[in-house]
Design a binder for this molecule. Structure first.
Ligand SMILES: [Zn+2]
Length: 247
């Protein structure tokens, strides 16, 4: 079983590319992916939540909606996120450090909400390990899924090491393989923190070399790792299934 734990209905790229739920499920079918976590960004929390909700309604067995949190000092965004969790059954929250500030007076109400409802937060720390450390310490019971092992497409081994080190010290951290371009760091993380703390993600859809070709390459990235089949099963499915209580 494969669960892609990181997929965009709307990307944060320059073109703000959007993909329909139908397009995402077609890619999943072609790449052999069973379930996918979906969210949108570059939108208000309320609008992004509505997009994810509609995607889940269209494919309730395939697409898992996360509530996009984009709090601002003047608009904490807590209300729509809490409603998404309690009324619409969203099992997780997505936070992007490039769009919202990770300073405590902005973001901590979102983590407090996550702690209250026992849902994980998928966080892109955009390379800022200090924010990751502060939040991991402040919210020890909240599962933090660290997108891209800390930074998208990073070739900075020292920086990736800092995030793996934080995961060694804080059991509430899980590392997401999307956008990791040094696959041997994933192998190293299996040794250092265990494959049950690593979750597969694609950060798609991406059109190169093709929509399904990109997804297949990301699946193969894990398949090619020199780790046991049990480790691969953890990365592909068991870790995120445990966090999201998937059956
Ligand atoms: Zn992403």
């Amino acid at each position: 079983m494969i669960c892609d734990s990181h997929c965009h209905l709307k990307h944060g790229n320059k073109e703000r590319t959007e993909y329909t739920p139908e397009a995402i499920v077609k890619i999943m079918d072609e790449a052999g992916i069973d379930k996918t976590v979906v969210f949108a960004m570059c939108l208000s929390s309320a609008t992004a939540i509505e997009m994810a909700h509609q995607a889940h309604q269209a494919f309730p067995d395939r697409l898992i909606p996360y509530a996009y949190a984009i709090p601002h000092i003047s608009e904490p965004a807590i209300e729509p996120i809490e409603r998404a969790i309690t009324e619409l059954g969203f099992p997780g929250i997505k936070i992007h450090g490039g769009e919202t500030r990770l300073a405590e007076y902005i973001i901590d109400p979102v983590f407090e909400l996550a702690a209250r409802h026992n849902v994980p937060c998928l966080v892109d720390f955009v390379g800022n390990a200090d924010h990751c450390k502060r939040i991991a310490e402040a919210f020890p019971k909240t599962t933090l899924i660290v997108a891209h092992f800390g930074q998208y497409l990073s070739t900075n081994r020292d920086l990736i090491d800092r995030f793996i080190h934080l995961a060694e010290r804080h059991e509430n951290l899980i590392l997401d393989t999307s956008g990791v371009v040094l696959p041997w760091k994933i192998t190293e993380a299996v040794t250092r923190i265990g494959s049950d703390r690593i979750a597969f993600g694609i950060d798609g859809p991406h059109p190169y070399p093709s929509l399904s070709g990109y997804a297949q390459e990301e699946c193969q990235k894990i398949q090619a790792l020199p780790v046991t089949d049990a480790d691969k099963e953890n990365i592909y499915w068991n870790t995120i299934a445990r966090v999201l209580k998937l059956s």
